[in-house]
Design a binder for this molecule. Structure first.
Ligand code: LLP
Length: 423
């Protein structure tokens, strides 16, 4: 379901054309991001969870600097999963104590940097704990270091984004290694947290809560058996959102209430929770508009060739059918096209491979060359997964705050592309 209505999208687009923020010849695709929607999500999130929770935004979901700066201004931290993301976090103004560092491939250098700067680290394996221990002398009493476990609560509906099944490349499997996990908290006295993340989209509320409860049971066990007074429980992200009007995702308030009940039941109200949501914060705050370059009408099929394909919508193209957005057709001036009779179109991108199709059999009014297609709910994991294949230029991003618009990232130029592939 689109949280930004078709009417306001049409109005925003028309205004941006009129005010020349959009250059219709060059801006064949434009991404929009609504800061007020983000602020709403953040306040709902804060209200749903215990007051002492530290909320972070997963940078990979939306790494645009102006968005990170806004997140900082609104009092959230960030989850970084690479050296690059750590750098983005620092440059966007986050203090070390607002940054959580996750990644299954942390180098010794990255670990040392994180410990020295006081960044929260989640170790992904026993091997990583050993590496951290080599830097024992850098660890201070206030260092915050957690261990990621895989609670093995099952796979969600989307295999490609499920990491909480029996096998996952992330975290230590809880069923097989419970004893060793507990022992680790005995050996490494500096360990002070448990981390988990079981998947992104496709996880039911029950799965998320099962994961949460198994974390609380483990924490209770560790505290009893080792005397290690675990301070942090990082529950990752994974709250699904709706991309379609008939989808009914779990409700954040219900999730927060159940979490608070479980904390009480396990007498762990003093535990500090950390969250790392990405999709929940960003998806519904963004939309993309792309020009219809060609309308291919054949006997058996109709295809719209637009300027956004697997470069911008990698997941949608790879998991066609499991992942779909809603679409609205605008005319060349940005007015919504309406018609009682609809035509089924495949929506294809500009890249040179057969899988460059973001949706099939989408019913739309009759499309014409020069129209614009709105792809709704694109604020998370779209441009964050940008692909350089075929050297397309990254589109312009326009930030919306109420009635005002500003460019928050310029469209790439041919020179930028040249630079990317140069020495
Ligand atoms: N924390 C960790 C450790 C993660 O790996 C992720 C996402 C998150 C938090 C945020 O999860 P969220 O709240 O956004 O569901 N479109 C990508 C999604 C991969 C998700 C990666 N991890 C894909 O299609 O592969």
């Amino acid at each position: 379901m689109s949280f930004i209505s078709e009417d306001s999208i049409s109005e925003i687009f028309t205004n941006c054309i009129k005010s020349r923020l959009i250059h219709q010849e060059n801006d064949t695709s434009v991404i929009f991001y609504d800061f007020n929607q983000l602020a709403n999500r953040i306040s709902t999130l804060k209200a749903a969870f215990p007051d002492n929770t530290v909320h972070t935004s997963a940078i990979k979901a939306n790494p645009i600097i102006k968005v990170l700066e806004k997140i900082n201004e609104l009092g959230l931290g960030v989850e970084a999963a690479s050296e690059g993301e750590l750098f983005l976090a620092k440059k966007s103004g986050f203090n070390s104590n607002q940054i959580v560092f996750d990644s299954p491939a942390k180098t010794r250098k990255e670990i040392e940097f994180a410990i020295e700067s006081g960044i929260y680290i989640n170790a992904d394996s026993f091997m990583e704990l050993e590496r951290i221990h080599e830097l024992n002398n850098l660890i201070k009493p206030l260092s915050r270091i957690g261990l990621r476990i895989n609670p093995q609560v099952g796979y969600g509906t989307i295999a490609a984004t499920s990491v909480g099944g029996d096998y996952s490349k992330f975290g230590v499997p809880l069923k097989e290694y419970r004893i060793e996990i507990i022992e680790a908290f005995l050996i490494y006295k500096w360990l002070s947290g448990i981390h988990m993340h079981i998947g992104s989209q496709g996880c039911s509320m029950q799965m998320l809560l099962n994961g949460f409860e198994s974390g609380l049971q483990l924490i209770t066990d560790i505290q009893l058996k080792t005397g290690n007074n675990i301070r942090f429980f990082d529950i990752g992200g994974g709250l699904p959102v709706s991309y379609h009007h008939d989808q009914n995702p779990p409700d954040i308030n219900e999730y927060g209430t159940k979490i608070q009940e479980l904390l009480k039941q396990y007498k762990l109200e003093n535990l500090q929770l950390i969250t790392e949501f990405g999709r929940y914060l960003h998806t519904n705050s963004g939309f993309t508009i792309s020009k219809v370059e060609y309308v291919k009408q054949y006997i058996d099929s109709n295809t719209l060739i637009i300027h956004a394909g697997a470069d911008l919508f990698l997941r949608e193209c790879l998991n066609l059918g499991q992942w779909f957005h809603e679409f609205t057709l605008l005319d060349k001036n940005g007015k919504i096209k309406v018609s009682n009779s609809k035509i089924k179109y495949h929506i294809a991108g500009p890249l040179c491979f057969a899988g460059d199709i973001i949706a099939r059999d989408i019913e739309l009014p009759k499309a014409d060359e020069g129209d614009y297609l709105v792809i709704h709910d694109t604020g998370a994991y779209t441009f964050g997964m940008w692909s350089k294949y075929v050297s397309r230029m990254f589109p312009k991003i326009i930030g919306i705050t109420g009635k005002s618009f500003e460019i928050i990232r310029n469209r790439e130029t041919p020179e930028d592309i040249y630079k990317f592939w140069s020495v």
